[in-house]
Write a protein of this length. Sequence first.
Length: 332
Amino acid sequence: MKFVRKMILPALLAVGAAMAVPAAHAAAFKVAIGDAAGGTQYELGKAFAESLKAKTNGQATADLFPNSQLGDEQDTVNNAAMGLLDFSILAINNITPFSPSVAVLTLPYVIQSPEDARQLTQGEVGKQLTENTIRDAQVRIIGWSYSGFRVLTNSKRPVSTLDDLKGLVIRVPKNELMIATYKAWGINPSPLAWSETFTALQQRVVDGQDNPYITVSAMKFNEVQKYITPIRYLFSLEPLIVSEQVFQSQSPEMQKAILAAGQEATEHSFKYLQDTEERIKKELVAAGMEITEPADGEKAWIEAAQTKVWPQFYDAVGGKEKLDAVLASLKR
Ligand code: MLT
């Protein structure tokens, strides 16, 4: 081993960006990804894997398993908590059931722009939520994918008003906040696991769902959905989490490399959204989808969500004062 170290360490030191991870701590990690390849989750995973490899001079690799191959998104949180899975990239709404305070980032209409999303995740709020998820769910958020606003799609008719929504069966994740939001909008949504969503849309068990443009395209929902309503109630954040057990079992050098690679991948994700979302939107329209703007600048949707949903979740997010502080930090 001494010989190996003698040979490897000088090589590591010679590579400027690489961190000195001893050969004894080489690792092959598995990264679960909920969405198909081609979406923002996969892009974050790719950037993370490349960065980790570079930072450890090839000592650590991260293999990506898209399409929920390693389990449904909510199951991956459990598996990571138990140390059975290394990493997972999943929608934030699928972490909230395990760590309720994360809901502050998913309260409808709190995040109103990609910049708001970046500010909250990269600032004090993000730091606090990372600590909370370690405490509550035994997973550590080490990176963020910025995936854009979740737009509503359906196969039946153009939707512009809350009245248009009535009678549609809309799939939502098993997430109380999203369920409450649709209830505030006047319908009872159908909670369904992500891995079952495409089939449910295809077989018309449900009429619609909401997800960002890039996800709609990556999942080929345009093949089974016709109408888009670009509501802006939820900005989709898709964290990269690591099992706290796995993280704590790494050497300090490997931990440093993992955190740095997560940060680099996060920066890449923000740029990817800006470079990609508009093109994907045009591609969906070219593929036959129709966009109908919400009536009256979404006023009725916003009012219903803020007055009926927010108060139900004050406790979950740590009190109304917590939400007020978050809004104040966004200058609102
Ligand atoms: C969901 O709708 O369950 C999630 O947004 C799926 C995803 O990870 O994209």
